[in-house]
Design a protein around this ligand. Structure first.
Ligand code: SF4
Length: 301
């Protein structure tokens, strides 16, 4: 039997739902019940009813987020070592020290953080709502972690608050360079250059627009332009092409892939369903603290 048929049958037998991030391999996105960015998937995990198991095709912090929002369900991460190097750059001990250095500051954590870091935060955000979350923070001083580039983006958008940036970054997005934008302008002069706020400030400044992944999808749908040069993980281009058959998409410079996002394959999804692996387990106190930070974020949007 074809592996996609096997997965469909297993899903039914286990009463499972498959959720996949936009950066997953195209064939994994195609078998998923829902695809989206971290914000859309966080909401989906909260709203889902009638399923016992969530198979989360993404990286660990995303599966943890699904578990935090749906603690009664079994959440499976098909590849146990699919992590996010940027999330690993922020640790609870370091955050506690930073809080001591900036007493009274409101802690805003990007969803790309571990559950333990979320539990020590006041509120979470995604790249789609980071500026709104910081703007609405009830204090004048904010600690923002872990992405220094998203923090720079927020500083441009939000005035009147002191924003202390953590020094983390995404190893994939930092590989986009100003020279890639210059080359794209030369090759596709009428093209629209859109980049993610995890890119370096120099790249953000040169682009036509800076958008979260959901913002990019909306932009390419609504823009009158027919050619787009996309500065984010190349997996998003798969969805752009499906949703916009008359438009053309190029990666900004050589295609940049996140190796952690590409660890999940159809075989690992099948094995996850057959062997119930790898279940996400979290301490109940961590779940409580992290859930409060995530729910506050959802209130803002
Ligand atoms: S693309 Fe960057 S932020 Fe996203 S999972 Fe990969 S390393 Fe982490």
């Amino acid at each position: 039997m074809d592996i996609t048929e096997e997965i469909k049958n297993l899903k039914k037998a286990k009463n499972a739902v498959i959720i996949a991030h936009n950066y997953q391999l195209p064939e994994v996105q195609d078998i998923a019940d829902f695809t989206g960015d971290s914000l859309e998937l966080s909401r989906k995990a909260m709203e889902l009813e009638g399923f016992d198991v969530i198979v989360f095709c993404g990286v660990r912090f995303m599966a943890e987020t699904a578990k935090i929002l749906s603690p009664g369900r079994k959440v499976l991460l098909p590849e146990a070592d699919a992590g996010c190097p940027m999330a690993d750059m922020a640790d609870p001990e370091g955050l506690l020290k930073m809080k001591e250095m900036h007493p009274g500051a409101w802690v805003v954590s990007y969803v790309n953080t571990s559950a333990a870091v979320k539990a020590l935060s006041d509120v979470c955000c995604t790249s789609a709502n980071a500026d709104a979350v910081v703007r609405n923070a009830p204090r004048d001083k904010v600690i923002f972690l872990p992405d220094r580039n998203l923090c720079w983006y927020v500083r441009q958008k939000v005035k009147g608050k002191e924003i202390v940036c953590w020094d983390g970054y995404c190893i994939v997005h930092r590989r986009f360079k100003p020279g890639d934008v210059a080359m794209a302008r030369k090759l596709y002069p009428s093209g629209e250059v859109i980049v993610h706020p995890e890119c370096d400030p120099e790249v953000q400044s040169l682009a036509d627009g800076v958008y979260s992944t959901s913002g990019m999808l909306r932009r390419v749908r609504e823009s009158l332009s027919g050619v787009f040069i996309v500065g984010t993980e190349e997996g998003l281009i798969h969805r752009m092409k499906i949703e916009n058959p008359g438009k053309t998409f190029y990666s900004l410079g050589p295609a940049r892939t996140c190796s952690n996002m590409k660890k999940t394959t159809l075989s690992s999804v099948k094995n996850a369903l057959v062997q119930d692996r790898y279940p996400v387990e979290l301490d109940p106190d961590v779940i409580r603290g992290a859930r409060r930070a995530l729910e506050r974020m959802i209130e803002y949007i």
